[in-house]
Design a protein around this ligand. Structure first.
Ligand SMILES: Nc1ncnc2c1ncn2[C@@H]1O[C@H](COP(=O)(O)OP(=O)(O)OP(=O)(O)O)[C@@H](O)[C@H]1O
Length: 232
C-alpha cells in the first residue's frame, strides 16, 4: 500500500466536499477517479499533495502524513493544472529548470526529452514561444513530461485527457501503461472520459458529493456499468 486515507474531511462554507472514511491505493495500481463536476476529485488530489489541508482525518503516503512530513515529495510527481508551470519561460527553459531540481544537466535534459518527441508531436520544442502562449492541451503535455522527469513512484494527474487531441490522448494512455509495466508507477488519474479511464486504469473509484460511491476493479463490464450509473 502506498497511500492510505483515513476519515478525511474537507469543508467549504459549511458544506462537506470530501468525506472519505477509508481508502487505500496499492503500489503499482493505475487508479481512475471519476465523478460529476464538484464531486471532490481535485480537492482530494490537492490534499494528497498538501496544497490544501484537510479539516479532519489524514492522508498517509508510505505511512507518513503528507501534511506533516516531506518524504513523499521525493517520489511523488503531479500535474493538476497550468498553475504548476512557469509562464515566462520557454518549454526548454522550464524543462531545464525542473531538471536542475533533480540534478540533471542541460545535456541530460535534452537527451531525456527525446523520448517525448512523439508525445509532443512537434509542437512543444524549438517553437520560440513562452509557456503562457501555448494552448491548454500543449501546456498539459509540458506539465506531464516535466512531472515525469522526477522518475516518480506516485504520479497524480488531474483530467490529463481534457484538451488533448485524440492522437495525444492515445499516446498518453500508452505512456501511463508503459510506466506501470517498466517502473511499477502508481498513477492516479481523474477524468470525465469514461472510455479512457476504463481503458488505462485497473481500478476505478467513483465519487459523488465527496463520498466514494463505487470502488471497482476494471473488467470488460466496467465501462457499461459506469455509463449506466451516469445516465440515471
Ligand atoms: N477554494 C474553494 N472554496 C470554496 N469551495 C470550493 C473550493 N474548492 C472547491 N470547492 C468546492 O468543492 C466542491 C468539490 O470541488 P472539486 O473541484 O474538488 O470537484 P471535482 O470533482 O474536481 O470537479 P470537476 O470535475 O468539476 O473538476 C465543489 O462544490 C467546489 O465548488
Amino acid at each position: 500500500m502506498i497511500v492510505e486515507i483515513k476519515n478525511l474531511k474537507k469543508v467549504y462554507a459549511g458544506r462537506t466536499v470530501v468525506d472519505i472514511a477509508d481508502l487505500h491505493f496499492n503500489a503499482g495500481e493505475t487508479i481512475g477517479l471519476v465523478g460529476n463536476n464538484g464531486a471532490g476529485k481535485t480537492t482530494l488530489f490537492r490534499m494528497l499533495l498538501d496544497l490544501i489541508r484537510p479539516d479532519g482525518g489524514e492522508i498517509l503516503s508510505k505511512s507518513l502524513n503528507v501534511a506533516s512530513t516531506d518524504q513523499w515529495k521525493a517520489y511523488t510527481a503531479s500535474y493538476l493544472d497550468e498553475g504548476f508551470l512557469i509562464d515566462y519561460l520557454t518549454p526548454e527553459e522550464y524543462f531545464i529548470f525542473i531538471g536542475s531540481l533533480h540534478n540533471m544537466s542541460i545535456a541530460h535534459v535534452t537527451d531525456y526529452l527525446k523520448q517525448y518527441q512523439e508525445f509532443f508531436n512537434g509542437e512543444i520544442l524549438n517553437s520560440g514561444k513562452y509557456v503562457r502562449d501555448f494552448s491548454k492541451g500543449n501546456q498539459n503535455k509540458i506539465g506531464i513530461a516535466a512531472a515525469l522527469m522526477q522518475n516518480p513512484e506516485l504520479l497524480v494527474l488531474d483530467e490529463p485527457f481534457a484538451n488533448l487531441d485524440p492522437t495525444t490522448q492515445i499516446r498518453l494512455k500508452a505512456l501511463v501503461k508503459k510506466l506501470k509495466v517498466t517502473h511499477s508507477v502508481t498513477t492516479l488519474i481523474s477524468s470525465h472520459d469514461l472510455n479512457h479511464v476504463t481503458d488505462v486504469c485497473d481500478r476505478i473509484i467513483l465519487m459523488e458529493k465527496g463520498k466514494i460511491i463505487k470502488d471497482i476493479h476494471t473488467t470488460e463490464n466496467t465501462l457499461q456499468e459506469l455509463e449506466a450509473y451516469f445516465s440515471e
